[in-house]
Write a protein that binds this ligand. Structure first.
Ligand SMILES: Cc1cc2nc3c(=O)[nH]c(=O)nc-3n(C[C@H](O)[C@H](O)[C@H](O)COP(=O)(O)O)c2cc1C
Length: 385
């Protein structure tokens, strides 16, 4: 069955199918794909799927509470939007559409260094909680300028992504030759002609750019995939002493994204990180990396009990949020789930987020769990430590 309208989507997988039908192959693959053999991409889902909930009965679940607390702040839902670069490849202003849908639901939006909307425009356009994600560029003065712009524009937390020491080997992107700005090629032209809606919008709005780093990455995208171009500009030498300097420089809350090893988690907390973002970049960086929910399970045993943790990579169902809560994280972040939906226009992300939140409320009810925040190991029927 072909799904045509946003209202017809009843799951995130429906939005994925809609995106596949509407986007040129190169763009869909850029969003959907993972690194190398996509083992980690698949592993993220498999690990969530392996966890079985043991539901309770005879509890009052007439009004399930989905609020959560993270770094001392109350949030009405346990969702966050993961930072994503190049969103406007999917549809012009896709990142604005996602951010607006998030804001009206009290969901923090994380703006990527490589976003298609600038730090300033996003801050002007959206009234909700904004976090800024930094890729550490080789040019330290430029990093400082980015942080200053984020601070001046009211971004309340810095998300420091540290798992992109180089661009991941995303083989679909290498084959398709996808780049920002878009570089015309026979392959792209052929698949774009068959997606006239996408093609028309690109022709009217022009190719997306990396708005925050315009001019910095060099003017040509020739021969480089997005991951390779970004990776070539990042500081692979960034180490613990540099982290300490960054910690001193940023006055607000600091969350480190891309944490997988318990020793790193412990050390980050010791050196002043406010939160840990357990992530393998949605399987887009190191193929063979541990599934995010398994990494969380290891990390929770190594850090103090109340350590603020959130997780992304593979969340496609509201019940996934219950599973990460059972392992001690307070929030779950979604990337592709929102971006697939953005291919359908501004109403897409709003519906995708509501689908996840409705699934969460239903999951809580059917598990006999009155509140998200009180979920613990008992969700699985036995201690999981
Ligand atoms: C199209 C796309 C672009 C991304 N760009 C960034 C980025 O600029 N910075 C970053 O830290 N992570 C980036 N990521 C990774 C996401 O923040 C997040 O870790 C991942 O998408 C989570 O997995 P999920 O898509 O399965 O939810 C990107 C992911 C996608 C799909």
């Amino acid at each position: 069955m072909t799904l045509r309208r946003v209202e017809e989507a009843i799951s995130i997988e429906d939005f994925r199918k809609m995106a596949r039908a509407r986007l040129p192959r190169a763009v869909f693959d850029f969003v959907d794909g993972g690194a190398a053999d996509e083992l980690t991409l698949k592993g993220n889902r498999a690990a969530f799927d392996r966890l079985s909930i043991v539901p309770r009965i005879l509890t009052d679940v007439s009004a399930p509470d989905i609020s959560s607390t993270f770094m001392g702040q109350e949030f009405p839902t346990p969702l966050v939007i993961s930072p994503m670069g190049s969103c406007s490849l999917v549809r012009p202003d896709a990142d604005l559409a996602i951010a607006r849908a998030a804001a009206t639901r009290g969901i923090p939006y994380t703006l990527s260094t490589m976003s298609s909307t600038s730090i300033e425009t996003m801050a002007r356009s959206v009234s909700g909680v904004l976090w800024f994600q930094l890729y550490v560029l080789k040019d330290r003065a430029f990093n400082e300028k980015l942080l200053q712009r984020a601070q001046e524009n009211g971004y309340s937390a810095l998300v420091l992504t540290l798992d992109l020491q180089a661009g991941g080997k995303r083989e679909k992107d290498l084959r398709n030759g996808v780049s920002v700005p878009l570089r015309p090629s026979p392959g792209l032209a052929w698949s774009a002609i068959r997606k006239p809606g996408w093609l028309f919008r690109m022709m009217v709005h022009g190719s997306p750019q990396f708005e925050n780093v315009r001019g910095y990455l060099g003017n040509t995208s020739a021969g480089l995939t997005i991951a390779a171009r970004v990776g070539a500009n990042l500081d692979a030498g960034f180490a613990w002493e540099d982290f300490d300097r960054m910690r001193e420089m940023w006055r607000g809350k600091l969350i480190v994204k891309g944490v997988n090893h318990p020793d790193d988690a412990k050390e980050l907390i010791r050196r002043g990180a406010d939160g840990l973002w357990i992530s393998n970049h949605g399987g887009r960086q190191l193929d063979g990396a541990i599934a995010s929910i398994e990494a969380l399970s290891n990390i929770r045993k190594a850090v103090p009990p109340q350590t603020p943790m959130l997780l992304d990579s593979g969340i496609r169902r509201g019940t996934d949020l219950m599973k990460l809560r059972a392992y001690g994280a307070s929030l779950g972040a979604v990337g592709r789930a929102a971006l697939y939906a953005a291919a359908m226009g501004p109403e897409g992300p709003a519906r995708a987020l509501d689908i996840l939140l409705d699934e969460l409320r239903l999951g809580l009810k059917l598990s006999g769990a009155p509140s998200f925040r009180n979920i613990n190991d008992g969700l699985f029927g036995q201690p999981v430590r």
